[in-house]
Design a protein around this ligand. Sequence first.
Ligand code: NAI
Ligand code: MG
Length: 347
Amino acid sequence: MALIAILPGDGIGPEVTGEAQRVLEALDLDLHFEQAPVGGAAYRAAGHPLPPETLSLARRADAVLFGAVGDPEFDRLDRGLRPEQAILGLRRELKLFANLRPARVFPGLEDLSALRPEVAGAIDLLIVRETNGDVYFGEKGTRVTPAGLRQGYDLMAYDEVEVARIARVGFEAARGRRGRLCSVDKANVLETSQLWRDVVIEAAADYPDVTLSHMYVDNAAMQMVRSPGQFDVIVTGNLFGDILSDQASMCAGSIGMLPSATLSADGKGLYEPIHGSAPDIAGQGRANPCAAILSAAMLLRHSLRQPEAADRIEVAVIAAVANGMRTADLGGEASTRAMGDAVLARL
Ligand code: NAI
Ligand code: MG
């Protein structure tokens, strides 16, 4: 039996994880669910956005299904106590180093993209972003230059072990998809990227079935808009991946449809929709639960090794949307529950 920690969080988080749990329960897998508060909800209940009980549940669980955190009521709290700290704390404590963000345009939703529908329709890519290194974690500070100017600095650094393990995640993902991996760097100017590229090429020896290519990040940003259909899996560092993954999700268009996973080396993962707590529509039953439901599918695929069950969920979501089920973000009026029902009906 697998234990799944449900951390609903704030705003629409509980509404969308509720539907995702219903879908998981309907599959008749041997799953056990335990819930704990996180974010603003946990601050209210226990005085901290990531209370020890919540963290220990996340540690015990085989996987974590996370809703969203963020509550305008707490925007003026000290930064360390703000709801958003919970997600950073979980990433750090569970050593979640690989962020997977698939972006695709579902049949019937081409018009939501910022791109022309015929270009958008071809988007079906996965960004694998390293999340434990790079400029966010390197030595940083401010100092005064010899000329007397204030200067800020953040060291960009990756060692070969860090690059090799994220490269492997990228190769494995490509192997399970269309067999193409594009490594994005800036090797023409950055030493970090030179090493990145060398180590990715070394790792490729274990994946002769995957076609590896390399692209500079500026070109990748341009190609993502010009012809995103060329990409299957993109593997990249923390900074480049942060920017490219947001760009990819806007190219795909629908914030309520896109899931994500963040994995650790031992296969544990945290799965969450890419959207936030959407305080503007919270409590109204109008949130689109598909991103959370698709996050549950990723959970089955990556942490529980149940690819068939994951496929069933994804096919059901695609069918529900293709049949015209539309929540507010998709230009319709269906409720959260109605969308969940439509997915359940097609499982
Ligand atoms: P947001 O993603 O919560 O909302 C942006 C817009 O998209 C809103 O108009 C919202 O109504 C809509 N939207 C989002 N998800 C939707 C869904 N499933 N169905 C229908 N419409 C949806 O981003 P925003 O407004 O910038 O942030 C709100 C709060 O969420 C903030 O406190 C922010 O810090 C937090 N946040 C948390 C994240 C997380 O928990 N990982 C990620 C992003 C933001
Ligand atoms: Mg971001």
